[in-house]
Design a protein around this ligand. Structure first.
Ligand code: PXG
Length: 286
């Protein structure tokens, strides 16, 4: 039996899980999504992901026809239908089918999709050796055009940056904002450790409010480590003692080279590895 996918209130075989070609999620990228992890049968930071999903929906004036608690239950039901306890959960809510024009009023019923899959863990080598990343020329979309706080299905900005990163032989690419400050990577937030201080760009640098980012900030504060959310330049990254990325898929992944500049001694940083250990402790506790 194949994978079962939740779509519009039903669990169906993946071959039957389809949306209309008139769905505005497909026609215009008019929709929102979440990428979530479950560890040992527990959805990690479920309430935080649901909150961000509903906030994204509110920002694009899309009413999700389900209560947040029902949504959470649907995620657990989908995991159970696939016998998964460790999973990657992709939630997508689109504007739904309409006509060929942009008008969202023509789309009365959102499409709700929950896909649960075996997690494709990042190769162990990424954690052992650390990543080599590059700054790309594609700037993070300006907040006044489309807030990066909205996790929208319109990810071409990130994909354009990813393409540049891939051409440079890197698995992640660093994007600056329109002011030239460090924003974030294509699917991960970025941190540095310098002189014992943990720094990461603030939300108003025009970034996604990453849930892993929040967890890492909390862990560090709990360890009495100074944390700064303040604008960063690429120069500050180049000369930092340590650098790492955070995301639901990546968890905490060390960065050892940026634009050809070795970070620290070129191996994963001590604080980075300590934060990763604490993070893994949290995920295993559920
Ligand atoms: N920034 C961006 C632009 C993201 O898309 C993050 C930061 C990290 O946020 P969380 O809440 O996960 O800590 C993301 C989210 C994937 C995948 O399958 C990952 C994301 C988006 C889309 C796909 O690896 N990352």
């Amino acid at each position: 039996m194949g994978l079962k996918v939740y779509i519009d209130g039903k669990l169906v075989e993946q071959e039957q899980a389809a949306v209309s070609v008139f769905d505005h999620g497909l026609l215009y990228g008019d929709g929102i999504f979440e990428g979530i992890r479950a560890y040992n049968g527990t959805i990690f930071k479920a309430d935080e992901h649901i909150k961000r999903l509903y906030n994204s929906a509110k920002a694009i004036m899309l009413r999700i026809p389900m209560e947040p608690e029902e949504f959470k239950k649907a995620m657990y039901d989908t995991m159970a239908a696939n016998n998964l306890s460790d999973a990657y959960i992709r939630v997508v809510v689109t504007r739904g089918p309409g006509d060929l024009g942009l008008d969202p009023r023509k789309c009365p019923t959102p499409s709700i999709i929950i896909i649960t899959a075996d997690i494709q863990l990042y190769p162990e080598e990424f954690y052992r050796k650390g990543l080599d990343i590059v700054t790309v020329s594609t700037r993070r979309v300006n907040s006044s055009a489309l807030s990066p706080r909205i996790k929208s299905c319109n990810y071409l900005n990130n994909i354009m940056a990813k393409l540049e990163g891939i051409r440079a032989g890197c698995v992640e690419a660093l994007m600056l904002n329109s002011r030239g400050e460090v924003a974030e990577c294509t699917g991960d937030n970025i941190f540095i450790v310098d002189g014992g201080v943990l720094s990461t760009p603030p939300l108003d640098a025009g970034i996604l409010g990453g849930i892993t980012r929040d967890v890492v900030i909390k862990i560090a504060r709990g360890e009495s480590m100074p944390v700064r959310e303040s604008p960063l330049t690429v120069y500050e990254l180049y000369v930092a003692d340590e650098c790492f990325l955070t995301g639901s898929a990546a968890e905490i992944v060390p960065v050892v080279c940026i634009d050809g500049r070795q970070i620290g001694d070129g191996t994963p940083g001590k604080t980075t590895l300590q934060l990763l250990a604490k993070f893994r402790q949290l995920t295993s506790e559920g």
